[in-house]
Design a protein around this ligand. Structure first.
Ligand SMILES: CC(C)(COP(=O)(O)OP(=O)(O)OC[C@H]1O[C@@H](n2cnc3c(N)ncnc32)[C@H](O)[C@@H]1OP(=O)(O)O)[C@@H](O)C(=O)NCCC(=O)NCCS
Length: 164
């Protein structure tokens, strides 16, 4: 094999529409998106073009938020959470054919546990997603969901703690 130099692309934080007091920990690849007041973005996060994130939402390290994702206010995106917009609906990757990509909308006060995977879905307000969950269907009732595929575990009481 011939020893060629690779093409290098640098991570970048550019063209981000930021509210007040937004924090981004470098290195991160965050571009052409909107981060509202008091958002926090941890290191090794990628947030792609067109993503909108609401006020006071925290995105912890190593998470990936792809195009066509919208996240509400006061949410928590745990470490290593993966969003998906291409579900390989035609038997493989869309390979840049954006007409095949699908949207995800996350409501307000949604907490997503570490290492969860969120397929293109709508999630209502006041939901907790367990660590490692794979969310494959819309969530229309507030509560705690976990597992693969994510299933309803229990309701959340007014103080945000779990109850039977
Ligand atoms: C989902 C979660 C919120 C549930 O907490 P809880 O209401 O206290 O639930 P319990 O621990 O009582 O467990 C209830 C049931 O769900 C199961 N369960 C709990 N968490 C689960 C998870 N992440 N995935 C799959 N099943 C889970 C338990 O095994 C238990 O099942 P059983 O009734 O058959 O024994 C919590 O376990 C969780 O995953 N939190 C995410 C935390 C996180 O990622 N934080 C990131 C920052 S560090």
């Amino acid at each position: 094999m011939t020893d060629h130099s690779p093409t290098l692309w640098k991570t970048q934080i550019r063209d981000v529409a930021c509210g007040d007091r937004v924090t981004i920990v470098e290195p991160a690849n965050v571009y052409e998106c909107t981060l509202s007041d008091d958002c926090f973005v941890g290191p090794f996060v990628e947030i792609q073009k067109g993503v909108q994130i609401g006020a006071r939402t925290k995105v912890q390290s190593h998470s990936f938020i792809c195009e066509l994702v919208q996240i509400g206010d006061d949410c928590f995106v745990g470490h290593g959470v993966m969003f998906i917009n291409d579900v390989f609906s035609h038997g493989g990757p869309a390979r840049g054919n954006r007409t095949l990509w699908k949207e995800t909308r996350i409501g307000n006060r949604v907490a997503i546990g570490s290492n969860a995977t969120i397929l293109p879905v709508n999630i209502c307000d006041d939901v907790v997603i367990g660590a490692g969950a794979v969310v494959t269907r819309d969530i229309e009732v507030s509560g705690i969901y976990a597992g693969n595929p994510a299933r309803f575990v229990r309701h959340v009481n007014d103080t945000g703690s779990a109850r039977n």
